[in-house]
Design a protein around this ligand. Sequence first.
Ligand SMILES: [Cu+2]
Length: 471
Amino acid sequence: MNSRRNFLSGFGRFGTIAAALSAASVSKVAMATLPELITQTKPDTMPPLVPNNGRPYNPVVTLNGWTLPWRMNQGVKEFHLVTEPVLREMAPGLTAHLWGYNGQSPGPTIEVVEGDRVRIFVTNKLPEHTSVHWHGQRLPNGMDGVSGLTQAPIQPGKTMVYEFIARRPGTFMYHPHADEMSQMAMGLMGSWVTHPKGRHPQIEEVDRDFIFLLNAYDIEPGAYTPKVSTMLDFNLWSWNSRVFPGIDPLVVRKNDKVRIRVGNLTMTNHPIHIHGHEFQVTGTDGGPVPRSARWPEVTTDVAVGQMRQIEFIADVEGDWAFHCHKAHHTMNAMGHNTANMIGVEQADIAKKISDLIPDYMSMGESGMAGMSSMAMPLPENTLPMMSGVGPFGSVDMGGMFSVLKVRKNQKTGDYKDPGWYQHPTGSVAQEWQGSQPDAIRSKQAGGELMPLAQPQAVEVQIRKPTGHSQH
Ligand SMILES: [Cu+2]
């Protein structure tokens, strides 16, 4: 109750009113105190939360996140979410001022079991009203969380209660349905998993089950707070409000059956791509995909407002890239709005400019790869466009990029980073040491199959001007 009193005091006389109102409305429903407010400030991937009551299930691992503990109250699972301003380290060197739930953006993952009765208290510590929409759930209309349409908004300082039965097993998310443009651009969102209550014909048991949300921010180099009016030109493409190299690897044991659940709350689609393995899309936020409707893929597009759950057997050891396939989405803020300088000789001009600006550095004369290894002066709180150092040098990546680490010696249930993959001798691409053969060039333009059409000779008759024939 202490933390609750503290935040209410922040609202001055308004807080006193809010406290009186929320206490009255809560006691009718819960007939008890609010569930303890549990917060998390670290951006680390927390170990899966093994349930200690209710129906058993195999918990998920939230990438750079955590699962919200609950309390059982007469057979009802009670959760307490609090919306509040948070500090989120998106990668070492960049901390964003975001809005989140329980100390983090995204908020904690909520995990329940099909058939569970769920009661969620939502306390609003934001400076404006909010609501929570439970994306994908079957629930009474009045629990759907659309501010103004199905409920009054949750005013600052107030707590409202949602209650429904988690009817469908699957992959879901939650987010505000009030001033969405600002609140989602500020990072208010979270994941939700409803586990099947027993064996389900379309849902397989897996060894490792990961979940994260795709989100995006527009934070000017040197700034801390995202611009909320940006519609398309975001400069930080993130997974659970982290960007590479700040995104943890997905660590699995060789031959594990792996499920990865991805939801998209950005303003554009993301083709999510994995190396070295093919997968099937086994479910969406609409439910499990019937087996007869699944096909193999190595990339699946996750459109705006969609969730995809992919599954595969991780049967090849290695450090496999796992990323969004849009090249701009694996870059950080400094990559935006830079001119293409490929092929532009800059030596002379760089010298002239550096007489005026000593720190000046010419950029991108032979592509932008050099950017990742340059020690370039950056504005404070700003990441280089791309970075991350692997065992062979710079990875030249940022944004929506991580690594699937498959190891035969990884212990069951161990998610610790095993370090870089030790490649068997002779299995790494290497420099060709022989001589370079001459290039064989075709003697004529066009191939043999379809030679170029020969232009017809046109006879041109020139009529000389008449009347001056003796020129
Ligand atoms: Cu993308």
